[in-house]
Design a protein around this ligand. Structure first.
Ligand SMILES: [Zn+2]
Length: 176
């Protein structure tokens, strides 16, 4: 049973990543505070939205300090999701200068919605935003000609080096 509410004040580690077989990759949002490792199963769309939201929030806050140490962004074992994320929100506490990532579980209508709050620093938020968008892009199919990631269902307007135009859709097979 998932707890109704779980809050991690000042996580030591926070990341998102994809794991699993290549054709069935699943995304996880993961954070750790002391011995407590929290893993949540999350949709790619939410990962992308989280990244954009963090960039926007950090922009409003005036960014992060220049000096940034590289953070550990690899998923940690065990990958046992507490729940599947249904929605993600962001908040900020000015007194603490801390960002909160609010993940709510995907539940059936009428059920209580378990919620996890992950508090992190601006630097952690920035690292997460950068890592998240990279993970999403890596997981997307790429154009065989220009190597740009393809958006599912969206026309890709590819211009090769020779100036010829090629059109692809990510949901169609690549040309042989
Ligand atoms: Zn292309």
């Amino acid at each position: 049973m998932s707890p109704e509410f779980l809050g991690l004040s000042r996580v030591e580690f926070i990341t998102v990543g994809a794991a699993g077989p290549p054709d069935r990759q699943e995304f996880y949002l993961q954070a750790q505070q002391g011995d407590l490792l929290v893993s949540l199963s999350i949709e790619e769309e939410h990962v992308a939205a989280l990244s954009m939201g963090l960039y926007e929030l950090l922009d409003q806050l005036g960014g992060v300090e220049e000096e940034r140490e590289p953070l550990d962004m690899g998923l940690r074992e065990p990958l046992e999701p507490l729940f599947r994320v249904g929605s993600v929100g962001l908040g900020y506490n000015e007194a603490e200068d801390a960002i909160v990532i609010i993940a709510r579980a995907l539940v059936d209508e009428g059920q209580a919605v378990p919620e996890v709050h992950l508090w992190c620093s601006r630097a952690q938020g920035y690292a997460l935003a950068e890592h998240a968008i990279r993970e999403v892009m890596e997981n997307r199919p790429r154009c065989p000609l220009c190597d740009e990631p393809l958006e599912p269902g969206t026309r890709h307007d590819c211009i090769r080096g020779d100036g010829q135009r090629w059109l692809f859709r990510a949901d169609e097979p690549y040309p042989g």
